[in-house]
Design a protein around this ligand. Structure first.
Ligand SMILES: Nc1nc2c(c(=O)[nH]1)N[C@H]1C(S)=C(S)[C@@H](COP(=O)(O)OP(=O)(O)OC[C@H]3O[C@@H](n4cnc5c(=O)[nH]c(N)nc54)[C@H](O)[C@@H]3O)O[C@H]1N2
Ligand SMILES: Nc1nc2c(c(=O)[nH]1)N[C@H]1C(S)=C(S)[C@@H](COP(=O)(O)OP(=O)(O)OC[C@H]3O[C@@H](n4cnc5c(=O)[nH]c(N)nc54)[C@H](O)[C@@H]3O)O[C@H]1N2
Ligand code: SF4
Ligand SMILES: [Mo]
Length: 692
């Protein structure tokens, strides 16, 4: 018998991080889905462990396959779509009538496609009429976004393609553990001399020529110190500074107070290492400075990102063909997710909710008077913190986030979620947040849906379906449409076809900072590599921004005036070490997806705390024992992992685990005033042995 013809492969992208590795999917639900890496520029034939194993989540044994509604006995019970959606709409309507539209809130995610993010913003502002919409990207890249907007006039994480890095001579990675968080990206860094800035001797630091190991929360002092040295050692590119920037004098006078010995005293980075780093950065124009969450997730995250941008500007890097500054966006659609209106202050196309012209443009596309658009609302943590309070939201719709695990000070946040009159969660697995909900709506996953995402280099990509969804599963677009219609909105205002939503998004973004109006599904499907801005259908897109000028009206980049102040919480006799948090290779975010993958959970089954042996001895801890990690806000349980390479004053805990293993039980909700970013990266803690 001839073998059956191979099923055609579907070209799409990994469901997880912002690298958006190209993949080819084959198979079906019965036989199983197989993923292979595509020859796509960012990953060129490689995937990380999460990417290879992603199809398992499509068939997770506890995948949500029908809506659930909480019954009178307090248990979540299977329900029909009609009864679940009626419960949601009636609840929203009742709460809005009694408490006003701002009593309804929406929490979105940076993993949502552009179409979902766009429709979610429209749904919140028109169908609900609320100002209270924000999303998990506030916890992710909001500090660098604010700093990038201030410095360059536009926020695109990498203003150049990832493949440009392959020609770099030196790359500084500050608070970015790329070897674990975007492994296929490392192939573009193979030839460069790396400078890693991390309190841990991370997998990335191990590949580096120089490792700067500051105390957590002191990067701002370090970056000021590197700028100081660039000035005193005569390494500033004066011609570039004169021609392309403003504000250097002020930045320089701030840095003048950060002489190397003072920087060493504050950060712990030896003077000689500071000097080596600055010389490596300055000895060729082919230098990149890249930042990750390690410098952003601080009370001073925006200022810290700005200080690294100042350094890059002083060295003459941004907007040059062989060098630059970039921020490594994290989530699958972290870039697009912050452009199309699910951010509390923002309208599609990176437009502003407070700018009259922006409001008029978007209201025109939506066919409503501008007065119907509410003003800016609470930002992510502020929103969660206000839930169920007197003047706070009483109903919340969560689409694409698991804040029970991922929000800071999670015992408090869980309490606020419990105080709601109505919690609705759309997800494809029963996440820890979904388990708390009054109504759970089962939605499609990546390999079952069409749409677009924008990767970390601002390139718009097509997500394509290999499978049709399980019988009772609907898309997020369907869910928004169905609720909106029940709330009395016109059906045609909420299209459910991704292509139709994208057409509307194009119009809404036209003329905005993130202009997608020249991008079409047909162009993307024909294989064009389109980076925004792309203002018309003949435009080739903009892989490299700023080569001629920056996006401010005068065309110049702006130095920021920033000063180091330090973390919100000092160590004390009772809480004598700093805990920082972050990621490991095997798990993604709150772990809702990857904890359901057999191989990944076998590799990384439980929470751990990385501790220096001297520190462990001080707390009476031994390797592989269980410990309580406690801050003034609360504690979690983790297995001790001795590591002589971490700073003795710092411990590290990954945040991917649930229940009593949540790192966020101890984290500090101090917020960056500008970005609203919480200080995930520094808490004062103590460690105590926990008998098993
Ligand atoms: N495996 C995996 N990959 C992911 C994700 C995931 O969950 N798992 N998530 C994706 C997302 S959304 C994001 S945002 C990115 C994040 O990617 P990264 O920014 O690389 O991730 P993190 O582990 O949060 O932080 C990076 C490093 O910062 C260090 N760090 C901690 N505190 C400080 C500090 O005060 N200063 C400095 N300089 N460094 C510090 C940590 O030790 C850590 O090694 O990863 C994406 N990729
Ligand atoms: N302590 C500490 N906390 C952190 C961080 C840290 O470094 N330290 N990092 C922060 C960062 S950078 C981030 S990005 C956040 C991320 O934290 P979360 O927002 O919790 O991220 P995920 O775990 O990706 O949650 C996404 C949820 O939505 C579901 N989902 C995925 N795609 C879709 C979709 O298309 N539609 C719907 N309806 N649901 C979907 C998933 O199954 C999952 O339950 O965590 C933040 N929290
Ligand atoms: S690096 Fe990111 S996009 Fe690539 S396979 Fe891993 S998780 Fe997926
Ligand atoms: Mo993130």
């Amino acid at each position: 018998m001839p073998s059956p013809p191979p099923t055609p492969a579907t070209e799409t992208h990994c469901p997880y991080c912002a690298l958006q590795c190209g993949t080819r999917l084959t198979g079906d639900r019965a036989a199983g889905v197989t993923v292979e890496p595509a020859d796509f520029p960012v990953n060129r034939g490689r995937l990380c462990h999460k990417g290879w194993t992603a199809p398992e989540v499509l068939a997770a044994t506890d995948r949500l396959r029908t809506p659930w509604v909480r019954g009178r006995d307090g248990r979540l019970l299977t329900a029909s779509w009609d009864s679940a959606l009626d419960t949601v709409a009636e609840g929203l309507d009742r709460i809005r009538t009694r408490h006003g539209a701002d009593a309804l809130a929406v929490f979105g995610g940076g993993g949502l496609t552009n179409e979902k993010a766009y429709l979610l913003g429209k749904f919140a502002r028109l169908a609900l009429g609320t100002s209270n919409i924000d999303y998990n990207g506030r916890f992710c890249m909001s500090s660098a976004a604010a700093a990038g907007n201030d410095a360059f006039g536009v926020d695109r994480g990498l203003p150049f393609p990832v493949t440009d890095l392959a020609r770099a001579r030196t790359v500084l990675l500050a608070g970015a553990n790329v070897a674990e968080t975007m492994p296929p990206l490392m192939q573009h860094l193979d030839k460069a001399r790396l400078i890693a800035v991390d309190p841990r001797y991370s997998a990335t630091a191990r590949r580096a020529t120089v490792h700067l190991q500051p105390a957590p929360g002191t990067d701002l002092a370090l970056a000021l110190g590197l700028l100081h040295l660039a000035v005193t050692e005569g390494l500033v590119d004066k011609a570039y500074v004169d021609r392309r920037t403003s504000g250097f004098e002020t930045a320089m006078s701030r840095a003048a107070d950060w002489w190397p010995e003072r920087v060493e005293a504050v950060t712990g980075v030896p003077v000689q290492t500071q000097r080596t780093a600055v010389h490596l950065l300055a000895d060729s124009p082919d230098t990149y400075i890249l930042t990750g969450r390690g410098v952003e997730q601080h009370r001073q995250g925006t200022a810290t990102s700005a200080a690294f941008i100042n350094l890059a500007l002083a060295l003459g890097l941004p907007g040059t063909p062989g060098g630059g500054y970039g921020c490594l966006t994290g989530q699958g659609n972290g870039q697009g997710g912050r452009e199309h209106g699910q951010k509390s202050d923002q309208l599609p196309g990176y437009r502003s909710l407070t700018d009259p012209a922006d409001r008029a443009h978007v209201a025109g596309v939506w066919g409503v008077p501008p007065e119907r658009l509410p003003g800016p609302g609470r930002r992510a943590y502020e929103l969660l913190d206000a839930l169920g309070e007197d003047h706070g939201p009483r109903a919340l719709l969560v689409v694409g986030s698991n804040p029970v695990v991922s929000a800071p000070h999670s015992a408090h946040v869980t309490g606020r979620l419990a105080a709601l009159d109505l919690l609705v969660v759309a997800d494809f697995v029963p996440s820890e947040t979904a388990r708390m909900a009054d109504v759970v709506l089962p939605v499609t996953q990546w390999a079952e849906e069409e749409g677009t995402l924008t990767n970390l280099e601002g390139r718009v990509l097509r997500r394509r379906a290999l499978l049709s969804p399980p019988p009772l599963v609907r898309s997020d677009l369907d869910v928004l449409h169905d609720i909106a219609v029940r709330l009395g909105e016109p059906a045609e205002r909420y299209p459910t076809e991704p292509r139709e939503v994208f057409e509307e998004l194009r119009a809404a973004s036209r003329g905005g900072r993130a202009d997608y109006s020249g991008i079409t599904y047909d162009r993307l499907d024909a294989g064009e590599a389109l980076h925004w801005p792309c203002p018309d259908t003949a435009h080739p897109g903009t892989p490299r921004l700023f080569l001629d000028q920056f996006a401010h009206p005068d065309g110049r980049a702006r130095f920021a005036d920033v000063e180091h102040d330090g973390p919100a919480e000092d160590t004390s006799a009772r809480y004598p070490v700093h805990a920082t948090t972050g990621r490991i290779l095997a798990h993604y975010q709150s772990g809702a997806q990857t904890r359901r993958v057999t191989e990944l959970s076998a590799t990384a089954p439980e929470p751990f705390v990385e501790v220096h042996p001297d520190t462990a001895a001080r707390f009476g801890l031994a390797d592989q024992e269980l410990a309580r990690v406690t801050s003034p806000r609360g504690g979690m349980t983790a297995r001790v992992r001795l590591d002589p390479t971490i700073r003795p004053d710092t411990v590290f805990v990954p945040f991917h685990f649930a229940g009593d293993g949540r790192a966020n039980l101890f984290t500090h909700p101090a917020l960056d005033p500008r970005s609203g970013m919480p200080e995930f990266k520094v808490s004062a803690v103590r460690l105590d042995p926990l008998p098993e």
